[in-house]
Design a protein around this ligand. Structure first.
Ligand code: ATP
Length: 198
């Protein structure tokens, strides 16, 4: 069965921390493909300085290659970008594939508050890695609770890179360099499209 990993986010912009996490899971899972899916309207978080969806998708495309593929699935769908709907669409498109949902620590620990969590759990194995010094402890504990609810889970101790989209936007606003924080084509896109300057 082909393994497809789904990695959704605001990706405002996509950065090397995202790609490191997703690459770690692609390797650990033996996934053939990792779909980078920017949310049209992020349902789980406030998003200040939100760049237009078409720019966030273009930056995912600029960062894609190898196992990474950018997807416009959520950007094309009107309304809030619920992961349950995205997984439904992917399952309909690829009924033969085994789906995995990649999340970082902050998102994983709120999974039960997402829209239709049981639909998510029935369609994909939920995957998480730490995004703090605290490591996997809290994730493993929460994963146990999710499994009692019927979820399939996978926690991997992938070393996190201390990078956030907020930090990247702030660096751009200050006029500081962002080399090393985002892939080179994403850095170029931000510069050429004058993103995050105010
Ligand atoms: P912002 O700083 O704007 O809040 P962000 O850097 O958290 O953005 P998102 O697009 O909101 O980026 O994150 C998408 C997913 O990637 C989330 O599940 C988040 O936990 C995870 N993630 C983001 N940055 C990292 C990182 N450096 N290491 C591990 N996981 C990360």
């Amino acid at each position: 069965m082909q393994k497809i990993a789904v990695f959704g986010g605001t990706f405002n912009p996509i950065h090397n921390g995202h790609l490191h996490l997703a690459a770690g899971f692609a390797k650990a899972l033996g996934a053939e493909k990792v779909l980078l899916i920017p949310a049209r309207v992020p349902p789980h978080k406030a998003a200040p300085d939100l760049a237009p969806a078409r720019d966030r998708l273009a930056m995912c495309r600029a960062a894609a290659g190898g196992v990474f593929e950018a997807s416009d699935l959520e950007i094309r769908r009107p309304g809030p970008s619920y992961t349950s709907n995205t997984l439904r669409e992917l399952k309909a498109l690829r009924p033969d594939a085994e789906l995995y949902l990649i999340t970082g620590e902050d998102m994983f620990l709120t999974l039960e508050q997402w829209h239709e969590p049981d639909v998510i759990f029935s369609l994909a194995t939920v995957c998480a890695a730490p995004r703090s010094e605290a490591g996997c402890g809290r994730l493993l504990e929460y994963a146990r609770a999710l499994r009692r609810r019927g979820a399939r889970t996978r926690v991997e101790n992938i070393a996190y890179l201390p990078i956030s989209s907020t930090g990247v936007r702030e660096a751009v606003r200050r006029g500081a360099g962002i080399a090393g924080l985002v892939p080179v084509p994403v850095e170029r896109y931000i510069r050429e499209h004058h993103l995050y300057l105010e």
